[in-house]
Design a protein. Structure first.
Lengths: 92, 309
């Protein structure tokens, strides 16, 4: 029997977003559902559950995301403004 | 996928707070040590779950039966998740791990090698032993460098917290009970105190790879010492006596008598007083449920055949 890996996501109704909680190994969709329910949602951790068969995940190459720390103009650390305010507080 | 040129390179990655994921090209030494540790944990959860199960019919009253039912389910669930994480490391698959356990080739926690005689023993296990296990799991969870293990530990630690509270409540009920009940717990404590402090193992060796690679973050002797500081006053507060003639207080710290580790070593090689029965029970349980796995496999095969047709 070949097992498949399913990624499990849970969400509280009306709150937050679906969050990844872990994975289960199961032979098929029908068995994956109760296994995920019993493994991850025994204490009201969620009201809604998604299961995704890992072979259906579209996985990006890390290179696609790689050049994402080289554009400081997309951030602002607020340091200059903070320094000015601190300076003003110091003068009062 | 992360790669490292050698063990020193890997060590500096670990030392600077790096996390290892299953897709990474981790050193074999790390893979094998971490696998063994997780397999040991998985085996212990499974054997612990079967012990809890033994007490469902014997637990006094419906509420306690429900609690033991829920705890059994939690423990088996933990084993289920841990075997998945261990299998993903590619050292042994799940079936191989289970066969090694049932054939007595692999190991599990010392505390599941002894007999639980009375209901009070089960409470001592639920409280003292679970507390020791929880303390050691928390310390692994704190800085664990193997990502999948850290993620399942989060869930396991949370659920073990519920077990602890059930354990202390059950202890409280015996402590506030009749003289016979108090006597029963004292006798159980006499049997389970030493195994509980031994659960942390002998002092960590110098240069323990599990510490070096931050699977463990505290030395065995430090965890044991912290446990003693917490549980000696707690049990004495309930009016029980710690079964250790050498127990003493020095500079406000509780110190326990020297432990002879030799009997534990034999126990851990599956030579404990109840090891054989427990492994046999687990193996029979696996054999008795073969029909579930077989019918499941047949049903899946049929679905796949129908989908292909």
């Amino acid at each position: 029997m070949t097992m498949r890996t399913y990624e499990v996501f849970l969400k509280k109704d009306g709150k937050d977003e679906f969050r990844h909680v872990g994975a289960v190994h199961a032979p098929d969709d029908e068995m994956a559902l109760p296994l995920a329910r019993e493994s991850y949602a025994r204490r009201a951790e969620g009201d809604l559950m998604w299961l995704v068969d890992r072979q259906h995940l579209l996985v990006a190459d890390p290179d696609l995301l790689a050049p994402n720390a080289d554009k400081p103009h997309r951030h602002n650390d607020g340091r200059r403004v903070a320094a000015k305010r601190k300076n003003e507080r110091g003068q009062v | 996928m992360k790669q490292w040129s050698d063990l020193d390179d890997f060590q500096s990655f670990i030392d600077t707070g790096g996390m290892v994921e299953p897709v990474d090209d981790m050193p074999d030494e790390y893979r094998n040590e971490v696998f063994r540790f997780i397999e040991f944990h998985a085996n212990s959860e499974l054997m612990g779950g079967l012990t809890e199960r033994d007490w469902i019919p014997r637990a006094p009253g419906l509420r306690l039966k429900q609690i033991f039912l829920a705890k059994t389910q939690d423990e088996i669930g933990h084993a289920h998740l841990l075997y998945m994480v261990a299998a993903d490391m590619g050292v042994k698959n799940r079936t191989e791990m289970l066969e090694d356990l049932y054939d007595g080739r692999s190991r599990f926690h010392n505390v599941f090698h002894y007999q639980a005689v009375t209901w009070a023993d089960q409470i001592a296990i639920a409280y003292l032993v679970d507390a020791a296990a929880l303390a050691s799991q928390r310390s692994v969870f704190a800085n664990c460098t193997y990502g999948p293990y850290k993620r399942v530990l989060k869930r396991i630690v949370a659920e073990e917290g519920f077990h602890m509270r059930h354990g202390e409540e059950m202890l409280l009920r015996l402590a506030e009970g009749t003289d016979i009940q108090r006597q029963m717990f004292q006798e159980a404590l006499n049997r389970w105190w030493l195994p509980s402090v031994q659960l942390f193992g002998p002092d960590s060796p110098e240069n323990d790879p599990l510490l070096r690679w931050k699977i463990k973050t505290e030395r065995n002797e430090d965890l044991r010492h912290a446990y003693v500081q917490q549980y000696v006053p707690l049990l004495q507060g309930y009016g029980f006596e710690i079964p250790d003639p050498d127990l003493r207080q020095v500079d406000g710290q509780w110190l326990i008598g020297d432990i002879d580790w030799e009997p534990l070593k034999a126990t851990m090689r599956n030579g404990g007083p109840d090891s054989r029965r427990r492994i046999e029970t687990a193996a029979n349980n696996w054999a008795d449920t073969a029909w579930v796995r077989e019918s499941l496999a047949a049903a899946v095969d049929r679905t796949q055949r129908e989908a292909a047709a």
